[in-house]
Design a binder for this molecule. Structure first.
Ligand code: NAD
Ligand code: TYD
Length: 351
């Protein structure tokens, strides 16, 4: 094996796309997917590659330092690509401590294990931390986040990711660990848990349920096809210089309400409904506390230095995403069967 790579959070939305890409593209790498399988982690996301000889799944918690140390000693990793996290802003508002534990303590546990097991060999190892544009805070009507933008997180989620980013940089500056960080905009695509805007809206439209739009629907997000994100991670992992940060984004800004209307139009066509039928489901609800107005990523550093550009155009990606959810009813039923209903009722009853 050329490299033994630990990918954390590989059973989640983005992680499953990253695991699939690395397992398929690099038969010479051994990919170990470590995941706690929280409500957001699902091994069904990886059934197509689970029997590949260069893939192994390990169930475990990054908050457990002893377990992480043992894992490093058993597998002798050459690199870590760290995606495991609590990732939903609304849940962070309801329960911030889980975000501190997984996103901050879990990340520091991984850094400590890397620092210990890679001692004397830092130039041959790599710790890749996957982060979010939300660490930069909120933009007004204009401007974009660059790699030089100061951190200004507003939600417990973004504060915990910002904190983990700072620890990763501190381990580079203090101990000389080889680290890279990328901060990406909102992803969309298949296998996305239906608590986030796009899959939640698809699920609700499909079931003729109200589509909750926070506030006036005027908040803006920059949407990127998840497989374009996985490709960016591949490029950055292999080509970035040590200590570097890259912003990843789609140059694809949408007001929430415009996005939902486009989704309704696509779904009317796919479901054979009368034009305008699904839009009737749009329901404005109480805004999210501390709701960031606008995110927009300037990814020109990545484009110029490493030649990455976003691939899929948004309308096409959204239509493909809708197709995937309509064709994978069993997956949707599975992920919405256990605690999802109680989460949904608590989250949306208060609005
Ligand atoms: P997700 O919630 O879909 O998946 C997270 C995964 O981490 C799950 O499989 C879960 O079981 C696992 N996990 C959670 N706690 C764990 C723990 N303590 N130990 C081990 N595994 C644990 O998240 P996602 O949307 O795929 O995001 C992945 C990463 O990318 C996160 O770090 C997130 O901050 C970042 N990110 C996400 C987006 C986005 O739009 N979703 C954008 C930019 C960055
Ligand atoms: P989300 O998918 O939770 O991602 P993030 O908060 O990390 O950007 O939300 C995307 C946008 O959609 C955000 O502005 C909040 C809004 N939103 C709604 O209007 N209704 C919803 O039910 C959800 C989940 C989000």
């Amino acid at each position: 094996m050329e490299k033994r790579i630990l990918i954390t959070g590989g059973a989640g939305f983005i992680g499953s796309h990253v695991v699939r890409r690395f397992v398929k593209s690099y038969p010479g790498y051994k990919i170990v997917n470590l995941d706690k399988l929280t409500y957001a982690g699902n091994l069904l996301n990886l059934v197509d590659i689970e029997d590949e000889p260069n893939y192994e799944f390990v169930k475990g918690d990054i908050v457990d330092a002893g377990f992480i140390a043992d894992l490093f000693s058993v597998y002798q990793f050459d690199a870590v690509i760290h995606l495991a996290a609590e990732s939903h802003v609304d849940r962070s508002i309801a329960n911030p401590m889980e975000f501190v534990m997984t996103n901050v303590i879990g990340t520091v546990n991984l850094l400590n294990a890397a620092k210990e097991y890679w001692k004397g060999d830092y130039d041959k190892k790599r710790f890749y931390h996957v982060s979010t544009d939300e660490v930069y805070g909120a933009l007004g009507e204009t401007g974009m986040f660059t790699e030089a933008t100061s951190y200004d997180p507003h939600s417990p989620y973004s504060a915990s990711k910002a904190s983990s980013d700072h620890f990763v940089r501190a381990y580079h500056d203090t101990y000389g660990l080889d680290v890279v960080i990328s901060n990406c905009s909102n992803n969309y695509g298949s296998h996305h848990f239906p608590e986030k805007l796009i899959p939640l809206a698809i699920n609700n439209i499909k079931n003729n349920k109200a589509v909750p739009v926070y506030g006036k629907g005027e908040n803006v997000r920059d949407w990127l096809w998840v497989e374009d994100h996985a490709r960016a991670i591949d490029v950055i992992f292999h080509q970035a210089k040590t200590g570097e940060t890259y912003n990843i984004g789609g140059h694809n800004e949408w007001k929430n309400i415009d996005l939902i209307k486009l989704l309704c139009k696509i779904m009317d066509q796919k479901l054979g409904r009368e034009a305008g039928a699904s839009e009737q489901l749009i329901t404005y609800v109480t805004d999210r506390a501390g709701h960031d107005l606008r995110y927009a990523i300037d990814s020109s550093k990545l484009q110029h230095n490493l030649g990455w550009v976003p691939g899929l155009q948004f309308e096409e990606g959204l239509a493909k995403t809708v197709d995937w959810y309509l064709e994978n009813e069993q997956w949707l039923n599975d992920v919405t069967s256990s605690n999802y209903q109680s989460y949904y009722e608590t989250q949306y009853a208060e609005r």
